[in-house]
Design a protein. Sequence first.
Length: 489
Amino acid sequence: MSRTYLGMPAFPRAAAESTQDGTLRANLRHATHTIRAKRAAAVAELEDWERLRAAGAAVKDRTLRHLDHYLLRLEENVTRAGGTVHWAADADEANRIVTELVRATGEREVVKVKSMVTQETGLNAALEQAGIRAYETDLAELIVQLGDDLPSHILVPAIHRGRREIRDIFRDRMADWGRPAPEGLTDRPADLAEAARLHLREKFLRCKVGISGANFMVAETGTLVVVESEGNGRMCLTLPETLISVVGIEKTVPAWRDLEIYLQLLPRSSTAERMNPYTSMWTGTTDEDGPRDFHLVLLDNGRTDTLADEVGRQALRCIRCSACLNVCPVYERAGGHAYGSPYPGPIGAILTPQLRGLASPLEESLPFASSLCGACYEVCPVAIDIPDVLIHLRERVVEGGPVTVRGNRTVIRPAKRHALERAAMRAAGWTFDHPAVLRRAQRLAARTRRAHPRRLPGPGRAWSDTRELPEVPEESFRDWWARTRGERP
């Protein structure tokens, strides 16, 4: 089975359910606190961290401004090195290209490196419909797949699972996908890792098609880069006869020297390591070394629409480190599934509504899934001002306005559920523009202050469930000033 995020409820409803799960919250709290403490120590080792951070943002911004140029250069160099480049405008086209490439090999099984972008497109489900079985080889992705689950974290997709749950999943489901779990399997991490290694080894040796994403693509040389910690990526990238890489167009960097910046920023921000245990780079194909056929599928799927937004485009800097998730108080309590997207947490709250558009109540709700505390911006290794983009997207949801959809400039209407809020803001704006009316309203509020509820009724109940309305003073500041200074109001 391959689950997808399609049809998931809006964030408030999903979060209302997930926050009631005590086990989930305990797993998330332990994992996120541990990861962020280690990250802080790793970052503190570098005196030039802020300069690296600024450089990472600057290179990404320069690349995005000239993305058309760098993508054509990338295509030219990948082709020169023996690879084949395919362009996919959306998820359906990307899935169709990959499915046809796999069918052309005559194979019905593929091994996969952990890939956010293929989660975004729903590739596993598309392959399954075509009679092709995809095997996830990252340990956490394997846990998610065997459990018929969905990833809930960018770096640690199975962060919501405890060791005992993982043991039970391995015992119950491994045999359905290949080699069964060893007899007497315990929940010791070493035993679970060994069970996964034995289960996957036969797939690495048998499957002739590999599917990957990429962390970076170097336009200057046509080189793709994958960083990982387990070695499964190295196996998927070197053993199959055919390698298909599906990569978002924003993963492009101009030159080889730019990797120096990101290979320092990414591991410290994600796994709190000085460098990743495995950094794999490949350029096209080489006779008698690695895959004989290499295909690169460049995916748009809303990225050029995002690029057209001068405020929101900074989300395309993201290098998928997950640091923002590990410091976010909302993510820690609600978990990743509540975001209804492969991209959870603060980065998902700004990336998903831009890639998908404000297509449903789910996307409309995501910009509001934040306390705007700013912790996400402080830890982002490429200085994405997530709170600024959240406010920008909230305004778009409430007020509507011009946006780019599939390359065409259009105007979207305000979200229906914010009609009462818009009316209240318009009324408040008019009142503040008319001092005499404001004065009368303040005096009326003061006279009726004892009758005011501490909780709002109707649609306002959700707001006042977590906060109390402030008490109205006996007199306004204007009236107090006039009374104590003897001046007319």
